[in-house]
Design a protein around this ligand. Sequence first.
Ligand SMILES: [Zn+2]
Length: 305
Amino acid sequence: MKTIKAYKYAAITFVTLMASANIATAQIRVVATTPDLASIAREIGGNKVSVLALAKPTEDPHFVDAKPSHIVTLNRADVLIEGGAELELGWLPPLLESARNSKIAQGARGRVVASAGIRMLDVPTSFDRSKGDIHSLGNPHFLVDPDNAKIVAKNIADHFAAVDPKNAAAYRANLAAFTNNVDLKTIQWVRALAPFKGAKVVTYHKDFVYFARQFGLSIIDELEPKPGIAPSPAHLARVIGAMKTQGGKVLLVQPYQNRRTAETVARQTGAKVLMMPQQPGAVSGADTYTQMMDNLVNTLAAGLR
Ligand SMILES: [Zn+2]
């Protein structure tokens, strides 16, 4: 009798312990619009969070293919991290409308706008959407500057701590580690690109302005006449002329941009096309933010050598 009682007690204790362990390890559900934001969120959240990205690493963050599964993911999210500055204007608002999740509504603790606190470049003084420019609030491709990645990491840590206060200390510690690591890596990246200071580059989209400022590159022009507008023959002729007179050596493209157009320009100017994906996961071995940056720096240094 005594042993049965003891067994029962042990079983109940075990179940209770398991239940409380479950609560202790319940992760907050984080959704990021793009893989770069997701990568930083994983580093800040550690094992306290589960993170999903809506966009694929090889997808244009301005034009993500919206799927019904994205609505389900957003409906269940505790936190949403968006790039902001209208990066996701073309696809995120209708998904959010359908997801009906107040936890990630505009202004909620669970809504992180990565661009908050970033000093934006290319902010237009006047803006005409009918001309097709999609950088209406300034240039949203700011994460390829490591100084901006640190600001974004802090935004994420602040929101994680607000949504999940009992783990605030862990988020702060992870933020400190991330910041430290990025600082150390930045010294390496600056050193690796120092021999190429002032190098003339051309990009397909206006997506390397923050990178160029940080690492001292000089951007001659973009193949797109305006962000989001496909290259026209007249504009390409102007770019080719400028590359010839100024000595543009490399042309930077992303996986989702028209490589054939870039190759055509490269052939006429003697420049090299460099695949420079800004999203972790786009190439093997570059799955985190710092690995992605390593890949950009190494690819560019090799291309300019
Ligand atoms: Zn853009």
